[in-house]
Design a protein around this ligand. Sequence first.
Ligand code: NIG
Ligand code: FE
Length: 425
Amino acid sequence: MSEQVWRHFNLCPNGDPEASIADAAMAVRDGAIAWVGAARDLPREFDAWPHHDLGGAWVTPSLVDCHTHLVFGGHRADEFALRLAGASYEEIARRGGGIVSTVRATRAADEASLLAAAAARLEPLIAEGVGAVEIKSGYGLELASERKMLRVARELARRYPVSVYTTFLGAHALPPEFAGRADAYIDEVCERMLPALADEGLVDAVDVFCERIGFTLAQSERVFEAAQRRGLPVKMHAEQLSLMGGTALAARYRALSADHLEFLDEAGVRAMKEAGTVAVLLPGAYYFIRETQLPPIESLRRHGVPIALATDCNPGTSPATSLLSMLNLGCTLFRLTVPEVLQGVTRHAALALGRGERHGELAPGRSADFVAWSVNSLAELAYWIGRPLAARVVRAGETVHTAPVSPWTGRAIDNRAASLERNRK
Ligand code: NIG
Ligand code: FE
């Protein structure tokens, strides 16, 4: 049996700074939290357990990246150059580039190289403090290649200290061999691909890209029905480039989340609220495709729809491997507040995965998955851009990552070091 007490830290247990506890303590037995609260209230029974001092760091639950397309072949830097020269995302997709070019690269890649490429994107996320990540298929668009993507996602979970939740996104784009036959492709998705992959235990949820360049409302609904027959929860890429009404449809199917949402209207917001659907905002994609239509933040707030943030890591619209950067973009581009973005990558992101009981909060009985941050205030998590801030990443009570050591000073690269030095004097 392993027993430990973590001490000397400030705790933000669920992403809400209001719930913070100064000078907290946490007792962990066999990877699970036995007790957590103010250090002065720590029950005597834990006094004999080995202690770890966190040096006054801020602690939050491990972060949750609830929307990624982390597994894919190749990249699209060439397309980025085209866009810089004036072509829009939608134009490139219509010309046969975009998603379909990644489909070619993903189909051509073998499982080992897909795994290596995805691992190289996952590692920076874990080092940054991400303890749970959603990974979508959707660049295979045929049974064997969708299976390959989802198997790679499952393999990542076996190799890395992170929870992976898989999403089948067969309805991401129309594969070239089905050109002009979108309904026939949806038959294939619903009748062959989804049942086979679900039977193999590769699917935790089902997603659809409901868009002019994706699938219609009627086609999206057929995918949702197929998911429902299998008892799988649904989510949707909705209202990203235009108002399709997909969000209201998703809400009718009690979707876990509706994602992107730049063109969402008030009726859609109300439907989300009633269904308990989380709004997953993706500021990386908004930024990268230079979108100007802002998601309806005020309306989401007014109706009390939980807001989550994610990287949307993908080669076309968000080549991002930093969730902390999304906090900064969420604040600067969407005018979200620091408490909103912190909850957006903890509690609300866990809800968007339907895993609110497992991730996004530190409480007795839960796995001790947390990050000790090298910051003096929580706002720093949203403030710095591209700065590694995780001093220690802990999963089930075990330290799985610590801040890298400087090759010049031999000390940990620590954002707080300077102020701590000052405090010591
Ligand atoms: O989340 N919108 C659709 N899917 C991705 C982009 C896919 C791609 O361009 O490769 C997104 O933005
Ligand atoms: Fe996406």
